[in-house]
Design a protein around this ligand. Structure first.
Ligand code: C5P
Length: 217
């Protein structure tokens, strides 16, 4: 049995107490992966941004709001984990300044200054020990396979799941699973539950029981 962390859902970056930047991630892929990992007998910790999806009752769920919070909690939990699946869609940008009071309309243009947020998968990919593994997700609309492989290498992932752009906020997904040596080990299409089951099978085979696949992780 392994202890698996799953980041899931979107994050929010507040501009003022009532307005925020976010994206359409539903958390469904993270919930499906949590279910698939639990079915295989693993211990699951989900670090989730604000979502309305229900996570399995047997998973430990830690709620966060911002990308920085997601990084802090995931980094802490990763110390006692065997692997991380980065299924979240954290906001990539945050405002340099958050207003403490609701901004009033002025009749003029509003200029926002944004800076990049930390990258959770890249941070933990670079920090992982030899026995730990990290799986990233990639969502691209052009040069899909090439960009997924570049992303996997940049973020020091052991495996990347390249999914279609219509996966966001959808019940289904279509994915290609690639190992860090560039080998394509799976292409799956179906409900997020079916696809999660297939992805977990590949994680088990290539990253958790690598002696059985003949592939070093
Ligand atoms: O760079 P991009 O957002 O396309 O990369 C997607 C992968 O990186 C996903 O696994 C996602 O969970 C992860 N990610 C992250 N922290 C961010 C942005 C993306 O962990 N700030």
């Amino acid at each position: 049995m392994a202890r698996i962390l799953i980041t899931s859902g979107p994050t929010r970056q507040y501009l003022d107490p009532v307005r925020y930047l976010t994206n359409a991630s539903s958390g469904r892929m993270g919930a499906a992966l949590a279910e698939a990992a639990l079915r295989r007998g693993h211990e699951v910790v989900v670090i989730s941004g604000p979502v309305s999806v229900d996570y399995p009752a047997a998973a430990k769920v830690i709620q966060v709001v911002t990308t920085t919070e997601m990084l802090e909690v995931t980094s802490h939990e990763f110390q006692a984990a065997d692997g991380l699946i980065g299924a979240a869609a954290p906001c990539d940008y945050m405002p340099t300044h958050v207003e403490s009071q609701k901004m009033s309309k002025t009749g003029h243009k509003l200029h926002l200054e944004l800076i990049e947020t930390p990258d959770i998968v890249a941070t933990l990919g670079a920090a992982k020990s030899r026995s730990q593994w990290v799986v990233g997700f990639a969502l691209e609309t052009e040069d899909i396979r090439f960009r997924a492989i570049v992303k996997m290498s940049r973020k020091c992932c052991d495996m990347i799941v390249s999914n279609s752009a219509d996966a966001m906020n959808s019940e289904s997904n279509s994915v290609e699973v690639i190992l860090k040596d560039g080998e394509i080990v799976g292409q799956f299409q179906g409900t997020k539950q079916q696809v999660a089951h297939d992805i977990m099978g590949l994680i088990q085979l290539h990253l958790m029981d690598p002696s059985q696949s003949g592939t070093a992780s």
